[in-house]
Design a protein. Structure first.
Lengths: 389, 164, 381
């Protein structure tokens, strides 16, 4: 019988675009210490350490080795997971499997990225295979630009809706001490005045490059309750990838593609008896690299019907005080240290369940939450968290 | 490799180390993509293989059809060289590209083009005036000169608007 | 262990100095196709895949994108472990033990021929203090070899005996890249690379892939008549900075081995294990790792090779396959050790078969001077 696994410690760094004051290992250590303090444990209580990052961003080969001491892995088991943008959630999944398997009673799961070390867009462009499509990709931004164009043209969404999503994210970020971009945006006009980056995405429509880390302490059932008053249970996980090169990675003009988000949700929701996500789950932390993508995700994640994502925005349903809050933390558009971002989604969702999100705690009581990750050529990882199983 | 100290008046000095990490690779196109490279170089043709099960053309050509999860074999088909632009985007400011090793603002818009036989290809457009770009415009492949070819899909320089 | 996990099939490509004829995906598929055929599974029946490759080596961010279609990951589950192949097998084991998936494909691929080893390995060294020393794994290994030999009186001849044994064993392994019939003198006469490591003390550049299928006991019977059981496994990190470790020691390996042995019920490694496959990129490493695994006392690695007990036909044959020295890509090495262990336990190892083998040990190493060590115990029963 596999073990039940709970999150009993949460830590993050205060994400910034550059952290010149620390080396990569020192930065990760900040998050580790915070997570251990939150769990009221020492590193001796941790049995294994699992990490994730995209090493081409820092230009460091085997970064988990270089940071072995600072991640607490000295003389402990563990390994590094790397699956692109979803790495931070893939490590949550693998950590979950290792603990559920009965191999460890406690584990540290860490996502990190210090994007000030290298050239992010260059590294992302290097994700195209060098023997195919060389030069015909403009980093991740280009893909999301095409997605935005598709969404604008097919769904009826206007730029004002995208701007409203950006304002929601900024309001959340300004109340989140860990968030990176806190801009104090007040009006739709401010968003629409920002320059175009890759048409039709504006600067403010897309996520930043951040440096930061996020650490979670996992424990099995018999340990969890002794460690923390409010363990947050990992009820289920689902990983769905897609073959690369499918037409329009993030915005499919053919209408033929089955999006990984859609498939992942079907499976996860079915296993957990979720038939009306906005009713059966209390909130979500989704991985939205752009505000346009957030509206698409509402649809792909079955929060609403096709072409209706922008309607949820219009009605304020996904606001912090709304019926189904999405990304009260500010989301990815405010904070994006890529290797850590999916882990941050899980951490933020867990904080909401605990009621520990401080100023960005949502108004309603959160008993269950969905954390999503997006990466690679539209890969998806879903994590379903609950207060009680 | 240089050391540079950042001096700001009231803040602590942080020393950064700069390291240019050149990496050299020699990648194999393998058998399937290799065939596409060959046909492009020698014959200015766009070829791909067709999955025996779903009958879709696999672009890029692939030994295994990802969707059907079966071996796709070598049923090679020649693709049309004209198509319709479905989506496009363009760079406004220069981005780093590791394949070129420097920042460049690619002047050519990047587009999803639906070739006339139903295959999607992602490639550049010749038209750089944003006012003249629109979804639905018809385009045709323009090949590089003989001596310049040998880089697979990059052998197509861009797609030119077909004046109709 | 609560549930038993079986390895139902293994496959390796023939390791080669240059597989410029195939892409990474096609290379991996050569091994994947074989395990599918052997188990009768269709690619669509794979429930999850654990892959093993490195962005730096494939020259591509998100290197597992290269192989998605080949592991059936379209609309499926695939995760990449960025350590040596043995840790990927360990991760696959957890997929099954956790009940999350049942039929798991584990595959490692690497083409050392397509990149510059020294440049990549140099990037593993801490960028502030160590990188500018210009070290790569060979340079660091030379430091370790010197230290180990000085501390325990290990001789160059003893290291050379490892090479003679392993390259010789490789002659009976159809997957081996470069079997060689050598004498100790041949090894000692080969070109010096970084003292004390000579050309023949290390492995050739290698390309290849290895694949396994894992399943829980209740599904294994349909997939194979000869399941091999995973009895125990663990891994362990050492300190990163070379000065923070005594390079003559291998406490991370001892720690990993201790946990793996406890899980598997191994009390006396030398007695309880019938065959061992160790990852030895450099000849001295076989001696050092054998000490760390508890097959002999500390400092006795040289005596152990001299005794002949680790030769084919000896009490505990080590690396009947030829090991890494005969040519394995680093990323695949640990998984190749598992593959060979499985073949031994099934009695399918041909002329290099260790008679009556019932329990085998597989070992994998990642990073500088074996900073990350992994051990797995496999059994026939």
């Amino acid at each position: 019988m596999p073990n039940r696994v709970a999150i009993v410690g949460i830590g993050q760094t205060r994400h910034r675009s550059t952290r010149r004051d620390v080396t990569l290992p020192e930065m990760i250590n900040e998050a580790v210490r915070e997570a251990l303090a939150d769990a009221d444990l020492t590193i001796r209580d941790i049995e294994a350490v699992f990490t994730s990052s995209m090493e081409t961003f820092e230009g460091i080969y085997l970064p988990d080795h270089g940071a072995a001491a600072e991640i607490g892995a000295f003389m402990k088991p563990g390994f590094k997971v790397c699956t692109g943008g979803t790495s931070g959630a893939s490590v949550v999944v693998e950590g979950f499997c290792m603990v559920a398997a009965g191999l460890y009673d406690t584990a540290l799961v860490i996502g990190f990225e210090k994007q000030d070390c290298g050239e992010t867009t260059a590294a992302i462009t290097a994700a195209t295979t060098p023997v195919w499509g060389k030069g015909a990709v403009t980093g991740a931004i280009g893909e999301f630009a095409k997605q935005a164009l598709s969404y604008m043209e097919t769904s009826g969404a206007k730029e004002e809706h995208a701007a409203r999503v950006r304002l929601k994210a900024d309001r959340g970020a300004c109340r989140n001490e860990y968030a990176h971009l806190k801009l104090g945006l007040q009006t739709i006009e401010e968003v629409l005045k920002s320059d175009y980056l890759v048409w039709p995405l504006r600067f403010l429509d897309f996520c930043p490059q951040s440096s930061g880390a996020c650490a979670l302490v996992f424990a099995t059932e018999n340990r969890a309750r002794k460690i923390h008053r409010k363990p947050v249970w990992i009820a289920d996980v689902e990983v769905v990838h897609q073959e690369p090169f499918r037409a329009g990675t993030f915005g499919d003009p053919t209408g033929k593609e089955a999006y990984s988000q859609h498939v992942a949700c079907e499976r996860l929701y079915k296993r957990n008896g979720i038939t009306h996500p906005r009713r059966d789950i209390d909130m979500a932390e989704v991985y939205e690299p752009s505000n346009w993508e957030e509206m698409s995700l509402y649809e792909h994640l079955h929060f609403c019907g096709k072409n209706e994502g922008w309607k949820l925005v219009e009605k304020g349903i996904t606001e912090m005080d709304g019926e189904f809050p999405v990304n009260p933390s500010g989301g990815v558009i405010a904070t994006n240290p890529i290797g850590a971002t999916p882990t941050i989604r899980v951490a933020e969702a867990a904080l909401q369940i605990r009621g520990d999100a401080g100023e960005h705690q949502v108004a309603k009581d959160v008993k269950s939450a969905l954390a999503t990750a997006l990466g690679g050529p539209n890969w998806t990882v879903l994590t379903l968290l609950k207060r009680t199983l | 490799m240089r050391q540079s100290a950042k001096k700001t008046e009231k803040q602590q000095e942080y020393i950064s180390i700069r390291f240019d990490a050149p990496r050299k690779y020699r990648w194999s196109t393998g058998k399937w993509i290799g065939r596409t490279y060959l046909e492009a170089k020698e014959n200015k043709k766009i070829v791909a293989n067709r999955c025996p099960q779903c009958r879709e053309v696999l672009w890029p050509p692939m030994q295994v059809c990802g969707r059907c999860k079966v071996e796709a074999g070598e049923d090679w088909v020649e693709l049309a060289q004209t198509g319709t632009v479905m989506q496009y985007t363009y760079l406004v400011y220069p981005l780093w590209d590791p394949h070129y090793g420097e920042k460049f603002a690619n002047p050519y818009p990047n587009a999803m083009i639906l070739l006339d036989d139903g295959v999607y290809i992602r490639h550049f457009l010749e038209e750089t005036d944003p006012k003249k770009l629109k979804a639905g415009m018809r385009v045709r492949a323009v090949w590089r000169e003989d001596a310049e070819r040998g880089e697979g899909t990059a052998d197509i320089k861009y797609f030119r608007t077909i004046e109709e | 262990m609560p549930e038993r996990v079986a390895i139902c099939a293994v496959a390796q490509t023939r390791y080669s100095p240059d597989r410029g004829d195939v892409s990474e995906g096609e290379l991996a598929y050569e091994a994947i196709r074989q395990v599918l055929e052997e188990t009768g599974l269709k690619l669509s029946e794979i429930e999850s895949a654990v892959t093993c490759s490195q962005d730096f080596w494939d020259g591509r961010t998100i290197s597992n994108m290269n192989i998605q279609p080949f592991v059936g990951a379209h609309l499926g589950h695939e995760d990449k472990v960025a350590e040596d192949g043995l840790s990927a097998v360990y991760c696959g084991m957890a997929h099954v033990l956790s009940g999350h998936h049942e039929i798991v494909l584990v595959v490692a691929h690497m083409k050392e021929s397509q990149a510059e080893k020294s440049l990549i390995e140099n990037c593993a060294f801490d960028p502030i203090f160590m990188r500018q020393l210009g070290l790569d794994f060979l340079g660091a290994a030379a430091l370790q070899a010197r230290r180990y030999m000085h501390q325990y009186g290990i001789t160059a001849e003893q290291c050379a005996r490892v090479v003679v044994k392993n390259r010789g064993n490789a002659r009976h392994n159809p997957f081996a890249q470069e079997p060689l019939e050598l004498t100790v003198e041949d090894v000692l006469a080969s070109r010096m690379l970084a003292p004390p490591i000579r050309q023949l003390d290390t492995k050739p550049v290698s390309d290849g892939a290895c694949a396994l299928i894992l399943a829980p006991k209740k599904r294994a019977a349909k997939l194979t008549r000869k399941p091999v059981w995973m009895l125990g496994a663990s891994n362990c990190y050492e300190a990163h900075y070379l000065g923070d470790r005594d390079l003559a020691e291998c406490r991370a390996l001892t720690q990993a081995a201790k946990k793996a042995y406890r899980m598997a019920g191994i009390r006396h490694p030398f007695r309880d294990i019938d065959v061992a496959e160790i990852s030895e990129e450099f000849s001295y490493q076989e001696l050092l790792w054998l000490e760390g695994l508890g097959f002999c006392e500390r400092g006795q690695g040289g005596s152990l090779i001299d005794s002949g007990k680790t030769c084919l036909g000896g009490k505990l044959p080590v690396n009947p396959s030829g090991g890494v020295l005969a040519g394995n890509p680093n990323q695949v090495a640990g998984m190749a050790r598992v593959a060979e262990a499985v073949l031994q336990l099934r009695g399918e190892a041909g002329d290099r078969q260790v008679e009556g083998a019932r329990v085998a040990l597989a070992h994998g190493v990642t990073g500088i001077c074996g900073q990350h060590q992994a051990v797995m115990i496999l059994g026939k029963d």
